[in-house]
Design a protein around this ligand. Structure first.
Ligand code: PNS
Length: 163
């Protein structure tokens, strides 16, 4: 059976933790679509286009499976988007208990709207503390980020923070 998983997020920027979740989801589902969502509740460092481009570069960097694609959602409900794509599930990564508090209400609302379940994958040991916010903060302060993002993202962060 063909099964599509939608993996949504801000991905500002994508981290090795996100990539790990996408690769592992691609073993469970026939296809995984990473969806870069414009989240009006967050001030983004990168434009949606820049984030998509970094995701493509990062996937190429780590030679990811070919059943992972990248898309965008600039407005509207994720649940409706997932329905329109005939998705089997929404995939999210779980790191700490803070993610439980944040993710469970969204999973419930998305289920109510679309009857599409959210499937959670635990963070890979060693990547459970990596977040886009932390990566940006460390990069702003000139710290090392090579253990958290691909070299493509690192180069883009350095370029962005120089301007
Ligand atoms: O990486 P993030 O910012 O934590 O991801 C949150 C995101 C973008 C997945 C969430 O805000 C979302 O789904 N936004 C789309 C609009 C929507 O459907 N909102 C209702 C969520 S229940």
């Amino acid at each position: 059976m063909n099964s599509l998983a939608i993996y949504p997020g801000s991905f500002d920027p994508i981290t090795l933790g996100h990539i790990s979740v996408a690769i592992r989801a691609a073993k469970v589902f026939s296809a995984v679509q990473i969806v870069v969502v414009h989240n009006p509740n967050k001030v983004a460092l990168f434009s949606v286009e820049e984030r998509v481009s970094m995701i493509h570069a990062s996937l190429a960097d780590v030679s990811t499976p070919s059943n992972i694609s990248v898309s965008t959602l600039e407005s509207g409900l994720l649940a409706e988007y997932a329905s329109a794509q005939a998705a089997s599930a929404i995939v999210k990564g779980f790191r700490t208990s803070a993610d439980v508090e944040y993710e469970l209400p969204m999973a419930k609302v998305n289920l109510d709207i679309s009857a599409i379940e959210t499937v959670f994958l635990p963070a890979e040991p060693g990547l459970g503390f990596v977040s886009s916010s932390l990566v940006k903060e460390v990069a702003r302060l000139g710290g090392p980020i090579e253990h958290y993002v691909t070299s493509a993202v690192r180069a883009e962060l350095e370029r962005k923070l120089q301007n």
